[in-house]
Design a protein around this ligand. Structure first.
Ligand code: SF4
Length: 690
């Protein structure tokens, strides 16, 4: 409850990171410096007062008894979870000694979403690594980058906004896009529907988004590129191509037209499981409903061995039909996509890293570096590496070869409990200042609380380490606010500062914002055009034309295809996989495995029964959710559960050179995350799992 008189209200943002959704939050703070409540900010133009269960659960973070509040060093062997409290001085000394005792190339920095809940830490982590001459990796390789990599080869990176969708789209194709990861898009989708727009959902399960869709189609995992190529085939074969757009804004259309001939709907039926007639109907509807928008998924649909292929092929559809650069068309909002406009300054100093043996942001190369004993010090921040990497049992085993593992975080997680040697207590979002950047706006996050215990902001920890390690020019600004001003410098010709943002009530629209990208017909490719046929892809060792590779049958002897994704009650492994926040733990007390009745029955599995998934790499326990909302032969669980990625493959999707070669901001270094599994019942059918 919000209490009167003796409290103050602070405007900030939800500390989760579910871009393109970031929700405005009003926090009531008592005179004694305690959070009394949180609620949605009705004046936030993106979220308009909305907070989901994750955002509302944030009230349980600041004064949580499970918070890390003092530096700890392991007091025993790894895996024992025994700790000794130390001073910051002792902890920093130990880190500095370990770094100074080795070559900087043998020091690595891996961080996750939890390290940049205030939106301003990420550039400094990269800057610390670059100027310090260390290995530092972009965590986008566990998230959105693989999808963007595929879209980027074709040349469609920027997205139309949710507001544009609400105002103009007549047809919206949610393609692997689950609104649980972008809830503030839902009201705009509903506005579009009220105007008469039709919505079709394609996914590997009937997600929460299905309730907003007129039709939902379930397809076999990893076959999205086959569907896209078949739709392109229909668009070409049935004369729906916008020849004027194609002539002016694309290259390689003749080769693509020829290439598409064998990708008939009948062929795609065998790949996707969708009827050929339905594929034809979908292609026709998309091509003839102008403007039509495709909202592609943020991350989960690309988590397979050939994860760049869907984006590459899907991005050709709006190009063939001339639906780029028009209101209501193009590609809709997705994780880490932006419309046209000015961005924040790049302060990562990537071009100032000294020459060295840098391992790219390429998960299997990072895993190999660890396995081969190439790291003496691993600095981590805001991540549960043993949850987010693929093939985590192997990663955990190989981390034994790293001499010192340091973890900066708010709550302990499995990586901390099992492998970290030094733990640094981090501040929570209300104990820091920050800026969140949505597709359209910048929001100031004001500091509202004193840090709990000895928790320190990550920036101050990095500054101290930089001084001790003589990393020059790491933080040339006189204050954190001056650093934030430097980040904001490209906005409004340098006139948008923290002070100005404060004057504006903490909310400012992106400068030169256009809700409709590509109006000028210039695309982010070497030719400046949409590239149906890409010389750049060939140079990277990839097919020049959009391709589809049938899902690999790794572990083919096992019958079920495992996939993972997002729900509304969790955000990756944040806050010890949500277990530190009672509201989230109550909402999701155990892992659920979606399994079709046809797969459950012969295995003696019934709803609520405990099950085990297993394969040659690992095992994972869950509770069966027996449902026809997933296809036979496919099983699904939400991501982030400890142990889940012991099942998934660490096989590289791309070579390191291909991964790094497209765009330094979009590393394609994801590992496969594919898994073939078998499932067996652990408890009698229907027995309670609690
Ligand atoms: S959707 Fe939920 S978790 Fe995401 S920013 Fe909004 S309130 Fe936070």
């Amino acid at each position: 409850m919000i209490s009167p008189m003796t409290s103050r209200t602070v405007r900030t943002m939800c500390p989760m990171n579910c871009h393109p959704t970031f929700c405005g939050m009003l926090v009531e703070v008592s005179e004694e410096g305690r959070v009394l409540g949180v609620k949605g900010d009705p004046e936030n133009p993106d979220s308009r007062g909305f907070l989901c269960i994750r955002g509302r659960a944030a009230v349980e973070i600041p004064h949580n008894g499970r918070r890390l509040v003092q530096p700890l060093v392991r007091d025993g062997r790894r895996g024992e979870d025994r700790w000794r409290a130390v001073s910051w001085g002792e902890a920093i000394d130990r880190i500095v000694r370990a770094i100074e005792a080795t070559n900087r190339e043998r020091v690595g920095f891996w961080f996750g979403h939890g390290a940049h809940v205030t939106g301003i830490n990420r550039p400094l982590i990269m800057r610390f690594g670059h100027l310090g001459g260390m290995q530092v990796w972009n965590p986008a390789i566990v998230c959105w980058a693989m999808g963007a990599y595929g879209l980027g080869i074709t040349g469609v990176i920027e997205s139309n906004t949710k507001e544009d969708m609400a105002a103009h789209s007549r047809f919206v194709l949610l393609w692997g896009a689950n609104l649980a990861s972008q809830p503030t898009t839902a009201p705009h989708l509903m506005e579009a529907r009220r105007r008469g727009a039709r919505v079709v959902l394609i996914d590997v399960r009937r997600t929460e988004a299905a309730r907003h869709a007129d039709e939902t189609w379930l397809i076999r995992p990893g076959t999205d590129a086959a569907l896209a190529l078949a739709m392109a085939h229909v668009i070409v074969a049935e004369g729906f191509v916008d020849h004027d757009f194609v002539a002016r804004h694309t290259i390689g259309s003749e080769a693509y037209t020829e290439h598409l001939k064998p990708f008939t709907p009948e062929w795609a039926e065998g790949e996707t499981g969708l009827a050929a007639a339905d594929i034809r109907r979908l292609a026709r509807e998309y091509a003839t409903s102008r403007p039509a928008m495709i909202v592609v998924g943020g991350a989960s649909m690309y988590k397979h061995r050939h994860g760049w292929e869907p984006g590459r092929a899907i991005a050709t559809l709006p190009a063939l039909t001339g639906q780029l650069g028009i209101a209501g068309g193009g590609l809709g909002p997705r994780h880490r996509s932006f419309p046209t406009g000015d961005h924040l300054a790049d302060l990562t100093a990537a071009n100032r890293r000294p020459p060295g043996g840098w391992v790219p942001s390429h998960m299997s190369s990072i895993a190999r570096l660890i396995k081969e004993g190439g790291l003496d010090v691993l600095l981590t921040a805001g991540t549960d590496m043993l949850s987010s990497f693929s093939d985590t049992a192997a990663v955990e085993r190989d981390l034994e070869r790293v001499g010192l593992i340091v973890a900066y975080d708010v709550f302990a997680n499995d990586t901390i409990r099992r492998v970290a040697d030094v733990v640094l207590p981090g501040t929570v979002w209300l104990e820091d200042i920050g800026i969140k950047e949505t597709a359209t706006h910048f929001y100031l996050m004001e500091r509202a609380l004193e840090p709990m215990g000895e928790a320190r902001p990550l920036i101050s920890v990095l500054r101290e380490l930089a001084v001790r390690l003589a990393i020059e020019d790491f933080f040339p600004w006189p204050s954190v606010e001056a650093y934030m001003d430097a980040l904001l410098a490209p906005q409004r010709n340098g006139t948008l500062t923290v002070a100005k943002l404060r004057e504006l009530g903490g909310i400012a629209e992106r400068s030169r914002l256009d809700h409709v990208p590509y109006r000028e017909g210039r695309f982010a490719t070497p030719s400046g055009k949409i590239e149906f046929d890409s010389e750049r892809a060939v140079a990277l060792g990839l097919p020049g034309l959009p391709s589809y590779t049938r899902p690999t049958r790794d572990g083919a002897a096992l019958p079920l295809e495992f996939r993972q994704g997002r729900v509304l009650t969790a955000f990756h492994s944040f806050y010890d996989n949500g277990r530190a926040l009672p509201a989230l733990e109550r909402a999701e007390p155990h892992a659920e495995l979606w399994i079709h009745p046809d797969d459950a029955a012969p295995r003696g599995i019934a709803a609520g029964g405990r099950v085990e998934l297993w394969n040659e790499r690992g095992r994972f326990e869950a509770v069966a959710h027996v449902t026809a909302d997933i296809l036979p032969g496919v099983v699904w669980a939400r991501d982030g559960w400890p142990g889940l990625n012991t099942l998934t493959s660490g096989e590289a999707c791309l070579t390191p050179a291909a991964s790094d070669g497209l765009d330094p901001r979009i590393p394609g270094g994801q590992s496969a995350y594919d898994a073939r599994v078998e499932v067996r019942a652990l408890s009698p059918s229907g027995a309670s799992a609690r």
